[in-house]
Each structure stands twice: as C-alpha cells, then as structure tokens.
Design a protein. Structure first.
Length: 735
C-alpha cells in the first residue's frame, strides 16, 4: 500500500532494517497486530524501535502513511521521530505524527463548529489564561490575594487532565477547592473561552474527548482511519490522554505503547503511572516486550540502578544489563557540609579536565533548584564555565532578584531601579498614577524616588490607603537599615522576608513553582552566613552577575534538576545532596506518602542511568538551615545500592583514613532506624512553640535574655546587656 514515489525514496529494505536490531527490539517491531506494551529501560533504543516499527508497517504494506498515528510529548521528540522516519521511508509528511497537543489542535480545527468554535480559534498562553481568570474573579468579587488566579488555573488544569468538563466535576473531585468557587469559575472560564473563540492547552485534549464521546460519527471516522497507533513515553500520560487513546484504539486495537514505568517522574504535572501499570488489564490479549539491553552505561552503574528501583512495589519489573564488560565502580563520598561537597566536585571536575575530559560531557544533577547555588559559587571561583539547563542561574531567579532589590534599597535608598522593582511587591495598592507622581516629585526636587515617597508622606500628597501602606514600607526600610549593624546579616534578611510579607506572598501562591521559590529563599538566607556585611554580599552578587556574561558557546559543565535530566546522558555525572529530607524530598513524602517515596526512587533511577562511564554520589553530614547547623543523614537510596558496585572514597564526614573498609550499608540502615516518618528524631528543626513569655534564652550575638512577647516566629526579647530587641525564633535557643 506504499506508492511508487515513496518506495523509490526508501534507502534500505525491511530485512536490512531488522538486521540492525537485537532480539527484543526486533520482536517489538515485528509484533504489529494487537495491543503491545514495550517496556523500554533507559538507553535501550526505544526511539529506534518506534521509527523502525513505522518503517516496517509501511514496507510490509500493512497501512498507508495516513493510517498511522504516532504521538509523543515534546516537539523535540516529534521532530526526531519525523526525521528518522523520513530517512527510512520518505513518508513522514503523510503520517499523523506529533505531540498530543498538536494532534489535538489538528483534529479540533476540523470539527471546531461542533464545539462552538471556528477553525481559526486561538490557543491562549499562560499569561492570557491568568489575565482572563483575574477578570472573572473580579466580576465574582473573589479576592485574588486569598485565592489567586494561579490557584484556580492549577485546579482547572488538574480537572482537564482528568478529562472532566465543568458539568462532570463532582463533590468528590471538588473538595471545596478555591474556597468552594472553583467549579463556578471553571464554568464561566470555559464559556468565556468559547466567546473569545479560544482554547487553552488543556482543552486540546479535553475537547477531543468531547468530540469522541458526544459525536459518534466523528469517533468512527478516526477509529477506522488509524489502523496503527504508536505512543511514546506512555508512563507520562495523564487520565485525559489515556481515555483518548483507548477510544481511538477501540476498533483496530493495534496500539503500541512504549514507555518505562521506572521513569514516571511527572505526577506533579498530571502524569499517572497507573496508566502503564494497568495496560495488560486494559487490553487482555496484549503482549509485553521488555527492552533491557542498555548500550550506554557500564555494568556497575546499571546494577546500582536496578537494585535501587527494585525496592519499588508499583512496577512491572525489568533488569537492565549491558554487553559492556568493564567499567569503574560508583564513587560514594561522605562530606562534612555543602561547602566541602562543592569543593570536592570542583576538584574532581578540574582533575578530569586535565585528563582531557570535556566539560560538556559532565553534569551535576540535583533534586531541587536551590542546590545549584553552592556549585555556581564554587565554579565561578575556579573559573569553570557552566550552564544551568531548564532554569535560571541562582541569582537570576525572580524571587532572589526581588529580595536583593529589597537589600539594595536598605543599603542605598538612592537606588531607584531597586525601589521600582519592590515598592509594590507584595501588593501595596500602588498603581500607575501613584508611580508617575513619585517619578515627577523625584525629578522636580532632584532627589531619589525613595526620598520622594518620604517627602510626599510628609507634605500630605498621598491619600487614602496609600498613606498607611507607604508609611509602613518606609518605616520598615528604616528599621531594617538600623538592624544591619546590630544583627547577623542572615537574620536581617529573614526579618525582611517575614515583615515585608514577601515570603507570605509565595506561601499563599498555590502554583507548582511556589514551593521551589520558597526553597530558593531559604538557600539565599543560608548564603548570607558567608558574608560579613551587606555591602560585601551586594558586591559579590554584582561580580557573579557580571561573570555570567561569559561566552555561551564555550565548553561548559551542565547543572540541572533530575526532572530536567530525563532523556539526556553524560560521560560523567555527579549526584550531590543524597540526604534524607533533601533526596528523597521531605515534602514529596509528607504530601503523598509511599506513592511520593516511590516517585522519588524513580528519580534516583533516572539520575543514576544518566551516567555512561563515571558516577559520583555524595552527601553531607551537616546542612545550614536559617544560619544554624543541623545534622543530615545519608539517603535511604544509598543503602539500597549493593556494596560490590561502590567505591567508598576516604575522608569526609567520618574522618577515618580507611573508611572504605567500614560496612557503610549497615551504617545507613542503622541511622535510618532512628528516623520516624522520614524525619530525624534527634536533630529536628526548632519548635517555636517551646518559647513562651518569660523563657530564658541565648542569642549568639546578644547573649542571654528573657522573652517579653511571642507572635508566631517573632520574639521580643529583653537582653541582659543588649536591651530590648525583636528577633526570630530560629536564631535563639533555650538557656
């Protein structure tokens, strides 16, 4: 069924293509009829299987190009698949091949009138979605501060991921979301989108479900059209995508899903690992092929990955192996603190550079974005070029720049650029007209904007709520400026974040990014402990920012989160911060229990299998939290790696010259025995509730005193020598 033009463009015969595959890959390609699940482990050639399978179907004349549907998640993956199929068959232009969303847009445009749209509908980006939601909240008199538009956006997207239209959301799904207003907002939002002749990205799947479930003729058209369906990264599908695929496969049932249940790490954006786990129940006659031969990593690396992931209960099971016979063991390093950890990795990177290993072949993979700061600082000192993939460098992140702007205003009230950034952050009711007035006053009197605000307050030029709002802002800045010489810098920054309401703003923010921003703010406070003065810190930031303007085409080491690393590979990989609470992440376990722990373990599996030749895992015995040291214990994942695959490097936290002779797996198991619910029983963070009026306390700088008043984390203390002061509970201890 392949026409002559296509046949002439084929560079290789079917037998030549099949000859390049191993036994399992060939089985996956040749099993064309009926449902097929291909469990493709890391580095086992899943893209080759997908593209060769399409070529095989065409060469065997089982279908026309237009009768094949191939879907994946990213434009990059779709382009790669198209290029490979074009190279093999010359027929990719006729295929229905692309991302879920691009295929969805293509189908919806053909039947837009059934949905109350026209074929020229627009797809709103996130900014437009939030703007529309804010309009709706304003019309409903819903306070955007207590229940922000981003919160409603997240709720609505989660319902769309589950395939739920507004009329399908029940009390079991609602649970009082958005203050009980979410369903109402969702309905109005969908109506407003229709009026605008627009959709959002969630609609591109949800509307396809609507077409297929409410219009049987449309469903029949597509289920008969697509004789073969191929799905990449099936473990990352959400419920809506899962339902859509099942509907499309209901006629021919020739659906091939390729994925790896051990690499399902995106539950936070709607992915449902259960979709791949129940494939054989959904399709009783399904066949399963396991691709377990890894062509990129050494035996020790693969054995470690397999041993760690074997501890998960929710998996179908497979064991990676490699024809590679030799390779270095994983190097495990125990260190005193994060500073020593960054120095250790910096030294290893320099040593490998001297041995002609390119920086672009190395990567540092962290669990959370805040962890990159110490490595960025170290590499800038060493002059090692680096890039942060999938995110901004630490000091370029919005929440860090905002906080630094506060500090710049405190240090230099004449800094108009910094003042403009934060004068209405968090919201203080300052609109464009007020800002124009401040600018005009500053120019007319030839003074800074900050002093213009002070002047306008003094002469009564400001009216209404603005007076109280800006008066508090000025008084706060003056008080913080006075505390710079009295308190440790980290403590002043804590007060700024607390008293300005900036931290509370992000705490109230319910977007997926909010938790990471709060972690970054904690890391910034930790960084303050390294500087003697605010001036020294601000100078350092300026130099760091200037240094980031290096040649972007230079050979650079990569830094990224484990989530961003999926699909990539490097000759050398560093996995720092393998400590309980950091990795596995405490929040993941607190919020979703065992399900969260198993996803964290899948992240560990992803991290380990990114390495081709060398893998370093490190953990620190101490971490500084709010400028106070707390003990850390090794990640449970370290204890799950068989000792025969690990070289324990000497020195570090144990301080023994021959620690490699110790039974470190037993040590980890013993330490974990003292952990309850993932938290260390002996070194928990300070419980502010133990401070009450009259408690005798000790502060590192001000000495002994008694608590005069308690308000949350804020304490008023009468110190014996330093007098009456306001401090945070994190910086004092009971005497």
């Amino acid at each position: 069924m392949v026409d002559a033009a296509v046949t002439e463009s084929i560079a290789q015969t079917d037998s030549e293509l099949l000859a390049k595959l191993n036994e399992e890959q060939r089985l996956a390609v040749e099993t064309t009829d009926g449902p097929l699940l291909v469990l493709a482990g890391a580095g086992t050639g899943k893209t080759r299987v997908l593209t060769t399978r399409i070529a095989h179907i065409l060469l065997e004349k089982k279908a026309w190009p237009g009768e094949i549907l191939a879907v994946t998640f990213t434009n990059k993956a779709a382009r790669e698949m198209q290029e490979r199929v074009t190279h093999l068959t010359g027929a990719s232009q006729a295929l229905w091949m692309g991302t879920f969303h691009s295929i969805g847009a293509r189908i919806i445009r053909r039947h837009a009138e059934k949905l109350g749209l026209t074929s020229s509908f627009t797809i709103l980006d996130m900014d437009d979605q939030i703007r529309l939601l804010k309009q709706i909240l304003n019309e409903l008199s819903i306070d955007d501060k207590s229940t922000p538009a981003k919160l409603f956006s997240g709720i609505i997207q989660s319902w769309k991921d589950q395939g739920l239209r507004p009329d399908q959301v029940t009390s079991a799904h609602d649970l009082g979301a958005g203050g009980g207003n979410a369903v109402k907002v969702y309905k109005i939002y969908q109506d407003r989108l229709r009026q605008l002749n627009a959709t959002d990205f969630g609609d591109l799947i949800l509307h396809m479900l609507t077409l297929f479930t409410q219009f049987q003729d449309i469903l029949q058209e597509y289920v008969k059209r697509f004789k073969y369906i191929l799905v990449d990264e099936y473990q990352d599908t959400n419920v809506s995508q899962y339902l859509w695929l099942r509907l499309l496969a209901s006629f021919h049932k020739n659906i091939c899903c390729v994925g790896d249940d051990d690499q399902s790490i995106y539950s936070w954006r709607g992915a449902e690992v259960g979709n791949i786990l129940r494939f054989e129940r959904d399709y009783p006659n399904a066949k399963t092929v396991r691709l377990e031969c890894n062509y990129r990593s050494t035996p020790h690396i693969l054995a470690a990955a397999s041993a760690v992931i074997a501890n998960n209960k929710g998996r179908l099971g497979k064991t990676l192996w490699t024809p590679i016979k030799e390779g270095e063991k994983i190097r495990l390093k125990s260190l005193w603190d994060e500073g020593e950890e960054s120095r250790f990795i910096g030294e290893e990177v320099e040593a490998m550079q001297h041995n002609s290993v390119s920086l672009k072949d190395m990567a540092i993979l962290v669990r959370a974005g805040f962890q990159t700061r110490s490595f960025e600082e170290r590499f800038l000192t060493l002059g090692i070029p680096y890039r942060v993939i999938g995110g901004l460098r630490f000091y370029e992140r919005a929440e860090i720049r905002d906080t630094i702007a506060y500090l710049r205003v405190i240090a230099t009230p004449q800094d108009d650029l910094a003042l403009e950034r934060i004068i209405n952050l968090p919201k203080r009711g300052i609109g464009q007209a007020t800002m124009q007035g401040i600018h005009t006053t500053a120019r007319n009197l030839n003074i800074s904007m900050y002093h213009a605000v002070v002047h306008m307050l003094a002469v009564g030029e400001l009216k209404g709520k603005l007076v109280a709002s800006l008066d508090k802002f000025v008084k706060d800045c003056e008080r913080w400026r006075g505390q710079i010489e009295q308190l440790p810098l980290a403590e002043v920054v804590e007060l700024v974040l607390e008293e300005s309401g900036y931290r509370a703003m992000w705490t109230a923010e319910k977007s997926p990014e909010a938790a990471g921003r709060l972690e970054n703010l904690k890391e910034l406070v930790r960084a303050m402990g390294d500087f003697e003065s605010l001036a020294a810190f601000l100078e350092h930031v300026s130099l760091v920012t200037e240094a980031t303007n290096a040649d972007k085409n230079a050979d650079m080491i990569s830094m990224m989160t484990l989530h961003a690393a999926k699909g990539l590979e490097f000759k050398v990989v560093f996995l720092p911060g393998w400590e309980e609470g950091v990795f596995p992440h405490q929040r993941a376990m607190d919020e979703t229990g065992m399900k969260g722990l198993e996803e964290e373990r899948r992240l560990a599996y992803v991290g380990i299998t990114r390495a081709r030749e060398k893998l370093f895992i490190s953990h620190a015995a101490n971490r500084r939290i709010y400028n106070q040291w707390q003990s850390s214990i090794p990640s449970r994942f370290i204890g799950e790696i068989p000792a025969e695959h690990v070289d324990k490097l000497g020195g570090g936290m144990y301080g023994a010259p021959k620690v490699e002779q110790r039974d470190w797996r037993a040590e980890v198991a013993s330490i974990l025995g003292s952990v309850v619910g993932g938290k260390q029983t002996g070194t928990a963070a300070k419980d502010e509730s133990k401070f009450s009026k009259g408690s005798r306390i000790f502060h590192q700088k001000f000495g002994y005193g008694r608590v005069a008043a308690v308000q949350g984390k804020n304490l008023e203390i009468d110190f014996e020598k330093a007098g009456h002061k306001k401090v945070l509970a994190d910086y004092v201890e009971l005497a």
